[in-house]
Design a protein around this ligand. Structure first.
Ligand code: GAR
Length: 210
C-alpha cells in the first residue's frame, strides 16, 4: 500500500476522484493527508468528509518560496507520504523541492502536454484551432507542466463550445485518468525510464491512451 499526500488549492474534484478510487480495498494507494496552500479550498472539506487528516500551509505566511516549501516538505515527511499527487495545486514548485521528491510527484494538467502548458488551456486550445485537446497525468519535473507522461485522454474540440463547456467535458476524463495513473504507479505496473513512463503492456495494451 502506497501512502500518498494530495495537494490542492481549490475545489478538489480530482481529489474526490482519488478519494473515491482509494475507497476500493484493492486500490494500491491510500491518502494519508490532504494539504492546501489555501485555507478556503473546498478540497479540505472533501477530505474532512472522508476522514482524511488535513493541513493548511498558506504560502502567504512565509517570507520566501523556499520557506514555504520547507514547511511543505516537513509536513509531507511527518505524515510519511511516499508520493505526492498535485490536484489543482496552483503553486509552482521550485527545482530544489521537485528534485528532493524526484519521480514521486504526480500532476494532472488540462491539456494534451506538451501543448498548452500553463494557465487558460481551454481558451488557448479553442483559439488555436486544434481538433483535439484533453488532459495529461505526468511525473513532475522542475520545468512547469513538464515530465514523463503516464496517461492522457483526448477530447475532440467543438469549435462552437465555450471554454467552460470544453473544460467540463475534459474534467470528466481527468477524473478517470488520475486514479488510473496513480493505480499504475502504485502497483508498479508503470515505471519511469528516463524521460518516459513505461506501462506493462498487459496492464495497458493501448499504451496509455484513453
Ligand atoms: C483541473 O482541471 C486541473 O487539471 C487543473 O486545475 C483544475 C483543478 O480542478 N490543474 C492545472 O491547471 C495545473 N496546471 P479540481 O480542484 O476540481 O481538481
Amino acid at each position: 500500500m502506497l501512502d500518498v499526500a494530495v495537494l490542492v488549492s481549490g475545489r478538489g474534484s480530482n481529489l474526490q476522484a482519488l478519494i473515491d478510487a482509494c475507497a476500493d480495498e484493492d486500490f494500491p494507494a491510500r491518502i494519508v493527508r490532504v494539504i492546501s496552500n489555501n485555507p478556503d479550498a473546498y478540497g479540505l472539506e472533501r477530505a474532512r468528509q472522508a476522514n482524511i487528516p488535513t493541513s493548511v500551509i498558506n504560502h502567504r505566511d512565509y517570507d520566501s518560496k523556499e520557506a514555504f516549501e520547507e514547511a511543505l516538505d516537513k509536513e509531507l515527511n511527518a505524515c510519511k507520504a511516499k508520493m505526492i499527487c498535485l490536484a489543482g495545486f496552483m503553486r509552482i514548485l521550485e527545482a530544489r523541492f521537485v528534485n528532493r521528491w524526484k519521480d514521486r510527484i504526480l500532476n494532472i494538467h488540462p491539456s494534451l502536454l506538451p501543448s498548452f502548458k500553463g494557465l487558460h488551456t481551454h481558451e488557448r486550445a479553442l483559439e488555436s484551432g486544434v481538433r483535439f485537446t484533453g488532459c495529461t497525468v505526468h511525473i513532475v519535473r522542475p520545468e512547469m507542466d513538464d515530465g514523463p507522461i503516464i496517461l492522457q485522454a483526448a477530447v475532440a474540440v467543438n469549435p462552437d463550445e465555450t471554454a467552460d463547456e470544453l473544460a467540463a467535458r475534459i474534467l470528466e476524463y481527468e477524473h478517470i485518468i488520475y486514479p488510473e495513473a496513480l493505480r499504475l504507479m502504485a502497483s508498479g505496473k508503470a515505471r519511469i525510464a528516463g524521460d518516459k513512463v513505461i506501462i506493462e503492456s498487459a496492464a495497458y495494451p493501448d499504451g496509455g491512451w484513453i
